[in-house]
Design a protein around this ligand. Structure first.
Ligand code: ADP
Ligand code: MG
Length: 244
């Protein structure tokens, strides 16, 4: 049965999507079967694996709201991707009136859980119903944090949301680790951010730190992970270390 991991942080631009794709590709390289689920209406994960978002017949909206089998929206690229498009933005509203609204994703994943070793869920930059569905479906949460604009208050808010999920929906979901991203070793601010994280969250902070490099912005343009685009680069090596 797959281990289900959500990548979440209500702040945008912290490398949730980048980490989902590259951790997924790194786990795939290790021989694991990987599904990445795009739960962000922006569809960045879907696009970054070279899938044509405009041409999608169905998306995660149909899976969550109309109970379409998730198989119908899975596309195989470097990794398998359950695709999303902008229509997913309407899912929060459509789900809110439904019984079991927090468990729509968990229910959908039940059908494919035995076919994967890891299911990674990319989430939108909010703690709304889409992210709550991801938390409810997951056993663990990885929290990418941008070293530059560290928001400790945001992390505490995320931890409180998880506490509510544990009390009401899924008793065991926990933060698997905090992943420092976009680290710039040349600035004292970057180094201080890591110290602040380790002071506050101790061993919850992964040893692996993802450095800032422009390559991460280039790879999605050709629909590839950094492991494919620049296999021996430092960025690829870092996500391999994280996967291990
Ligand atoms: P999120 O999903 O949290 O909004 P993204 O993964 O889309 O964040 O990343 C935001 C932007 O930062 C993207 O343009 C991405 O290519 C870029 N990026 C991600 N990781 C790095 C990194 N380590 N160094 C430099 N740029 C990065
Ligand atoms: Mg994203």
């Amino acid at each position: 049965m797959a281990e289900v991991i959500a990548l979440a942080n209500q702040k945008g631009g912290v490398a949730k999507t980048t980490s989902t794709v590259n951790l997924g590709a790194a786990l795939r390289e290790l021989g694991y079967r990987v599904l990445a689920v795009d739960m962000d209406p922006q569809g960045n994960l879907t696009m970054s694996q070279g899938i044509d978002v405009e041409g999608l017949e169905n998306s995660m909206y149909d899976v969550l709201v109309n109970r379409l089998p998730i198989d119908e929206v899975i596309h195989t690229s470097e990794i398998d991707v359950a695709a999303a498009a902008i229509d997913l933005a309407g899912a929060e509203m459509a789900l809110s009136a439904m019984i079991g609204r927090e468990r729509a994703l968990q229910r959908a994943l039940g059908a494919v859980k035995d076919r994967y070793d890891f299911i990674l869920i990319d989430t939108p930059p909010s703690l709304g119903l889409l992210t709550i569905n991801a938390f409810t479906a997951a056993q663990g949460v990885i929290v990418p944090v941008q070293c530059e604009y560290l928001s400790l208050r945001g992390l505490l808010q995320l931890e409180r949301t998880l506490e509510m999920i544990r009390e009401n929906l899924s008793p065991h979901v926990h933060i698997k680790g905090i992943l420092p991203t976009m680290f710039d070793a040349r600035t004292s601010h970057g180094r201080e951010s890591i110290e602040v994280l380790r002071d506050n969250f101790g061993s919850l902070v992964f040893d692996t730190v993802i450095r800032k490099t422009i390559k991460f912005a280039e790879a999605p343009v050709i629909g590839a992970s950094l492991l494919k685009y620049q296999p021996s680069g430092r960025g690829a090596q870092s996500y391999r270390a994280l996967a291990r």
